[in-house]
Design a protein around this ligand. Structure first.
Ligand SMILES: O=C(O)CCC(=O)C(=O)O
Ligand SMILES: [Fe+2]
Length: 343
């Protein structure tokens, strides 16, 4: 099945593909609540145009953004020259904002994270695939990040659809991991407590954020899709499994986020704001811009309990197989049977 019709532009040999109206069953361009949603990535990513985030967001707009987020997992709003207060107000329309225990915060607004990176302050451990704050019992449902200052070169953020990553596993593996639980911990932030005096401090944080378990396969609370929910940043093991087995299995599962087909790479411009669904995605801030400056502001929206699957659901497994086998075969041709003796 062909999704794009080739179109010849001008008289020369420049060929461009003209998109059809839909991709994988989703409209490429949709109108909702007076703004336009344009799908830009295969498994995740849409751009929203026609909304000014300096203005209060109406209930209708908020509902449409929430729907678009569930559908597209990552929303990009360009040319939003907003204040920190605008960002806090916008985020607050989607739920309670959370305070990150270990991130650099604004002194007057603890819900506002400020990532100011330059030659004196390299980024801290955001260049590892992760969903935000899975060391919490209830990890955030969404994160909103706005670029204030971007490097001339580099500093992109990569995203991966972890529902596509789950679908891409073999049916055997999907069955095997369904019902398993993984242990998550604030381990990268332990580095921040490196001297003797900090030991008491760590113990206090451990009392507030003890290791938690989450299902390895979670069910998205809005779409019902299954999501691969382990990440190398915060996951430390699989419950009730031998350490060697757990390590090997996690290694395989982590690699799913690194498969380019499930990814979307976002290149920043100043005043672009993005919002990601923290239930169904992972991200990785590409750390290739040091010592240039990059300044971002972020707010985070509280999430709820993580629901998982008890055991493999045969219908999902069947669907995944159908998706694999329903693909057209490449017109590569079978090699002819060899004739004669090998020389
Ligand atoms: O700086 C970025 O692009 C993303 C950093 C990050 O991991 C986050 O904001 O959760
Ligand atoms: Fe993050």
């Amino acid at each position: 099945m062909r999704r794009y019709a080739p179109r010849i532009i001008g008289g020369n040999c420049f060929i461009m593909n003209k998109p059809f109206g839909s991709f994988q069953g989703r409209p490429i361009v949709a109108q909702q609540a007076g703004f336009t949603i344009t799908r830009v990535g295969a498994h995740l990513g849409a751009e929203i145009a026609g909304i000014d985030l300096r203005q209060p967001v109406s209930d209708e707009q908020r509902d449409a953004i929430e729907n678009a987020l569930a559908e597209n997992a990552l929303l990009i709003f360009r040319k939003q020259d907003i204040s920190s207060q605008n960002l806090i107000d916008f985020g607050g329309r989607f739920g309670e904002l959370t305070v990150h225990p270990f991130a650099p915060k604004d002194k007057d607004a603890s819900v506002l994270i400020k990532f100011r990176n330059d030659e004196t302050n390299p980024p801290f451990r955001t260049d590892v695939w992760h969903s935000d704050e899975t060391f919490r019992k209830e990890p955030p449902k969404a994160t909103i990040l706005v670029a204030k200052e971007v490097p001339a070169i580099g500093g992109d953020t990569m995203f991966a659809s972890m529902s596509a990553a789950f679908d891409g596993l073999s049916d055997r593996m999907q069955q095997y991991i369904s019902g398993l639980e993984a242990i998550h911990d604030f381990k990268p932030f332990r580095e921040l407590f490196d001297d003797e005096g900090d030991r008491q401090n760590v113990l206090r944080w451990e009392a507030i954020y003890p290791p938690v378990t989450h299902p390895v396969v979670r069910v998205h609370p809005v779409t019902g899709r299954k999501v691969l929910f382990v990440n190398p940043q915060f996951t430390v093991g699989i419950k009730n499994m031998d350490e060697r087995e757990s390590k090997a299995l996690l290694e395989i599962l982590y690699q799913q986020a690194a498969i380019p087909e499930y990814q979307f790479r976002h290149h920043w411009e100043p005043h672009t704001l993005i919002m990601w669904d923290n239930h169904s995605t992972q991200h990785y801030a590409v750390n290739d811009y040091f010592p240039q400056r990059r300044y971002m502001e972020r707010v985070t929206i509280k999430g709820g309990a993580v629901d998982g699957v008890e055991r493999a659901d045969p219908e999902t497994v069947r669907k995944a197989i159908r998706r694999q086998t329903g693909k057209p075969k490449p017109a590569h041709g079978k090699p002819q049977a060899p004739v004669g003796a090998r020389t």
